[in-house]
Design a protein around this ligand. Structure first.
Ligand code: ADP
Ligand code: AMP
Length: 215
């Protein structure tokens, strides 16, 4: 299956993507994770992305599209993939259509997670991540067993720099301006499924699987 998850920052895309890719046995492609990894390694890509990410802005389309084009060309994507956080602009969506069209493997579905704005801020500000293994928690909705320690690998958790409230608000503005139009874009393409993301994590997963016709 070739899928993508749409939704504002904090909607639960990464949380659901991890569960879905395990269930569907397809790779999880998160451009945000790829940029954060490149930043941690200090690569040229990481340096190019850093200033945009810190300000809650989008990394330029040419950089992001090049990264995804390369990733989708890898062998594990032949059996499908789940894109999380890409596309985020109309030019990125057009480019994705061209990349997939060129190899004759078009997108199957776009899942849009719907969550009210006040919940989004609460979710993003309360998010904690493990810088070692990438696991994600929430201080209230998905707390680790020991405060601020990763259940999986024991590393201390941290808050993402761009999850401070002011930056989250800026990221939401960017979302409404540049990414929300993609809901219409995929609706017009006949590929959109809206899912209520304002329920507990297991119920969201069930709703997505139902939307995919794959329970
Ligand atoms: P996104 O990838 O869309 O930015 P995440 O999946 O990282 O969002 O989720 C943002 C935060 O909200 C995380 O701390 C996560 O644990 C929490 N979260 C995700 N889904 C839910 C849910 N259904 N109910 C409550 N909290 C959630
Ligand atoms: P995320 O982990 O999806 O919340 O993304 C974190 C940050 O990475 C975003 O605020 C952007 O700065 C950058 N980013 C991730 N995906 C994209 C994309 N498709 N286009 C541009 N910037 C992106």
């Amino acid at each position: 299956m070739r899928l993508l998850l749409l939704g504002p920052p904090g909607a639960g895309k990464g949380t659901q993507a991890r569960r879905l890719t395990e269930r569907l046995q397809i790779p999880h492609i998160s451009t945000g994770d790829m940029f954060r990894q490149a930043m941690a390694q200090g690569t040229p890509l990481g340096l190019a992305a850093k200033s945009y990410m810190e300000r809650g802005q989008l990394v330029p389309d040419d950089v992001t599209i090049g990264l995804v084009r390369e990733r989708l060309g890898e062998a594990d994507c032949e059996r499908g993939f789940l894109l999380d956080g890409f596309p985020r602009t109309v030019p990125q969506a057009d480019a994705l259509g061209r990349i997939l069209g060129d190899v004759g493997r078009p997108l199957d579905q776009a899942i849009n997670l719907e969550v009210p704005e006040k919940r989004l801020i609460e979710r993003a500000v309360g998010r904690r991540v493990c810088p070692n293994c990438g696991a994600t928690y929430h201080v209230v909705y998905n707390p680790p067993r020991l405060p601020e320690i990763c259940d999986v690998c024991g590393h201390p958790l941290r808050q993402r720099d761009d999850d401070r409230e002011e930056t989250v608000k800026r990221r939401l503005e960017v979302y409404y301006q540049q990414t929300e139009p993609l809901i219409r874009y995929y609706e017009e393409a006949g590929l959109l499924k809206n899912v209520n993301g304002d329920q507990d994590m297991d119920s969201v997963l069930e709703a997505i699987l139902l939307a995919l016709g794959n329970r």
